[in-house]
Ligand binder design. Sequence first.
Ligand SMILES: Nc1ncnc2c1ncn2[C@@H]1O[C@H](COP(=O)(O)OP(=O)(O)O)[C@@H](O)[C@H]1O
Ligand SMILES: [Mg+2]
Length: 387
Amino acid sequence: MLETSNLDTIFSKIVQHIKESQEQIYDIAEHTRAEHDNIKDELENVKKTVSQLIKRENKLRAQERAARIKLMDVSKNFNRYNEQDIKMAYDKAQKMQLELAMLQAQEQMLRKRRDNLERSLKRMQDMLDKANNMNSHLSVVFEYLSKKLPTISSSIEELHQVQKMGISIIKAQEEERKRLAREIHDGPAQLLANVVMRAEYILKLMEVNPAHVKKELVNLQELVRQSLRDVRKIIFNLRPMLLDDLGLVPAINRYIEDYTKQYGINTKFVSFGKQIRLPQAAEVSLFRIVQEALNNVQKHAQARQVMIKIEQLADKITLIIKDNGRGFNVESVEKNKGHECYGLINMRERVQILKGEFKITSAPGQGTLISLSIPVITKDCRTTGSA
Ligand SMILES: Nc1ncnc2c1ncn2[C@@H]1O[C@H](COP(=O)(O)OP(=O)(O)O)[C@@H](O)[C@H]1O
Ligand SMILES: [Mg+2]
């Protein structure tokens, strides 16, 4: 999978390329502008020369006309002019005609040049418009990317986190199922096997020693009762009905009652604040956290005492679970890849999902304190949660 740090490098390279392209386009535009200005100057000059030429041409045309009239007059009135006059008039008219033809040719050339220059100017202007357009588009892209850049990698990181969270929730569920299977195997399954054996024994006893049957039946009854209690306990742990019916505090109370009875650990539970019903997902998560924390105390802490405190404030709910047991090094347990501590991970993730804060404070010989707080969402927002 692509590392987010690599993405950061790729994105900043893209932004860098855009910046460089922008600079190159800017250079091209500057060149084009300079060229454009040169052509514009040249065009002005050509236009000026053309109009000067036209003026000269007009003047020359008048002169040429006069020379032609003069020549016609001289040709008609031979008797009044001498040979010298006639030659001069002829030469003059011819010179004028030649000059006029030259001027006309020059004018035509300049007009062509003018048209070419005008076309080039138009092309340059189009190019300049395009370059400016492109530059402003690139500016928008640059602006957008440089603003988005810091958030792109963090959103991807968040997605990774969510993905990781999903995986550990699945693992935690698998662990929970294993625990459940073990509990059923060690508890009710074994008891029921015992019940079957005892029943067979009683059947035989009825034939050989009926006097003892009553006592054995009483024993059997006790075995069945115990199985029933175990099954009820497993059902309660699976999904405490009390939690749905009465809410968090009564469900924890009931759980602690059983817990104290079973493990003999002195467990104190206090709750402060108004007991409003929370969204189902929050109630289930808080209950599961208490359950897992108490499980850990019984499994690992060797504690004599546990204290649980819930406080419901207007904007948040806080929960602490504190034991006076042997404690542990949180950092090394959480970093220890060999032993995957799904219990602690699961607690932390449940709180993260509820956008709360979670902290474990513990050290060898110092007991353990789990503290968390989650923002309160009113009852209107109750959603369907799952255990
Ligand atoms: N209250 C506690 N007291 C002492 N050690 C604890 C306590 N809670 C957790 N630990 C330590 O943290 C480890 C991880 O706990 P957890 O994630 O619940 O996994 P597990 O209970 O399956 O071992 C435990 O193995 C134990 O070493
Ligand atoms: Mg555990």
